[in-house]
Design a protein around this ligand. Structure first.
Ligand code: NAD
Ligand code: UFG
Length: 337
């Protein structure tokens, strides 16, 4: 079975490609490299021992996409391509709607023309209403709080409508919680542009001495230690969840929304402690004001993923910190070469 991975050169896409090849799938990558390195497709070919076809193309380029479908004849698509920076989406909402929505619409149209109706989509826990009770269930209230999140909310609705209109489609929207860590080989990982917005890459840069100290956004939340609680999930576990979703898709025609998280909450200070254990030294930090828009707590109800995908994460926060640190050191070594 051949799977086209959009955004295959990105952070989650690259790990998903490795997992797919190991599970026996043929894999084709498409990415416009707007947020990824041109080296990644070659690294993936080297890691998997396969010459993986890579197309540098924008998903909004209909003719390019049609050519890829004609040449490669994929059986299904994992659609990860999109922009994901919350703050940037607040400043540039139309760019986000243009990129994330138009690329998905073009992809769906080209898939329909090519008679390919198996799709796994990268959604996000950010679609949930922040006021919803924990743990977040797939049936909890939906109300994204920023333009990026709304692109995910709208795409989910579009996918459901597509399936309602033509029940030959088989679509799964995977709502990721907080992806973290890197491949244990140290060869692929997350490479944020500029100052990282997310906790784990910021922590890694403080550990490496690239940044002076971690700013902990808020210490007065109604949580056991006052800092924000999230459901961190190892990127390799997340990648494995995509493979399981494909297997479920090929069984039947359906539309499903499924949480991919661990079901466990970890506070900012607990994550810092786990990182310190890996490093064997303290990480400098400073408590600062809350970051506007942040929820106090977010973690997944994982019952649906366990029941439907027969999938459970295998790695914990210590693994995520260890692998993120290995990746950070690998990056530093490359800069020195
Ligand atoms: P990433 O930026 O590393 O990967 C996305 C890839 O898509 C990049 O390589 C980028 O170049 C490519 N891309 C963007 N627009 C494109 C277009 N129009 N045509 C072709 N390629 C395009 O991000 P990631 O962390 O790997 O995220 C993958 C998906 O998962 C995204 O859709 C993101 O919104 C979603 N997601 C990520 C997180 C997270 O915390 N990382 C959480 C929830 C959901
Ligand atoms: N935090 C800090 N300091 C930092 C960065 C983050 O204290 O420098 C705190 C935040 O306040 C929060 C926690 O660390 O309590 C996690 O923050 P992240 O920015 O790493 O993650 P978020 O939960 O805010 O959001 C992330 C992605 C969203 C995605 C969501 C759910 O950025 O796009 O996870 O998947 F939707």
């Amino acid at each position: 079975m051949k799977i086209l991975v959009t955004g295959g050169a990105g952070y989650i896409g690259s790990h998903t490609v490795v997992e797919l090849v190991h599970a026996g799938y043929d894999v084709v990558l498409v990415d416009n490299l707007s947020n990824s390195s041109p080296k990644t497709p070659d690294v993936l070919s080297s890691m998997t021992g396969r010459a993986l076809p890579f197309y540098e193309a924008d998903l909004r380029d209909r003719e390019a996409l049609q050519r890829i479908f004609r040449t490669e004849k994929p059986d299904g698509v994992i659609h990860l391509a999109g922009w994901k920076a919350v703050g940037e989406s607040v400043k540039l909402p139309l760019s986000y709607y243009q990129n994330n929505l138009m690329s998905t619409i073009t992809l769906l149209e080209v898939m329909e023309e090519a008679d390919v109706r198996n799709l796994v989509f990268s959604s996000s826990a950010t679609v949930y209403d922040q006021a919803a009770a924990m743990p977040l269930k797939e049936t909890s209230g939906i109300e994204a709080g920023n333009p990026y999140g709304r692109t995910k909310e709208f795409i989910e609705k579009m996918l459901r409508d597509t399936w309602e209109a033509d029940k030959e489609w088989s679509i799964v929207s995977l709502r990721y919680f907080n992806p973290a860590g890197a491949h244990p080989s140290g060869r692929i990982g997350e490479k944020p542009n500029g100052i990282p917005n997310n906790l784990m890459p910021y922590l890694s840069q403080v550990a490496a001495g690239v940044r002076e100290e971690l700013h902990v956004f808020g210490s007065d939340y109604p949580t056991p230690d006052g800092t924000g609680v999230r459901d961190y999930i190892h990127v390799c576990d997340l990648a494995a969840g995509h493979v399981r979703a494909l297997e479920v898709l090929s069984d039947s025609c359906r539309y499903e929304e499924i949480n991919l998280g661990t079901g466990a909450g970890t506070s900012v200070l607990e994550l810092v402690q786990a990182y310190e254990q890996v490093l064997g030294r303290p990480i400098p930090l400073k408590m600062v004001e809350r970051r506007p828009g942040d929820a106090a707590v977010s973690f997944a109800d994982t019952h649906k993923a366990v029941a439907l995908l027969q999938w459970k994460p295998e790695r914990g926060v210590q693994d995520m910190c260890r692998d993120a640190w290995r990746w950070e050191q690998q990056q530093a070594a490359e800069v020195l070469q």
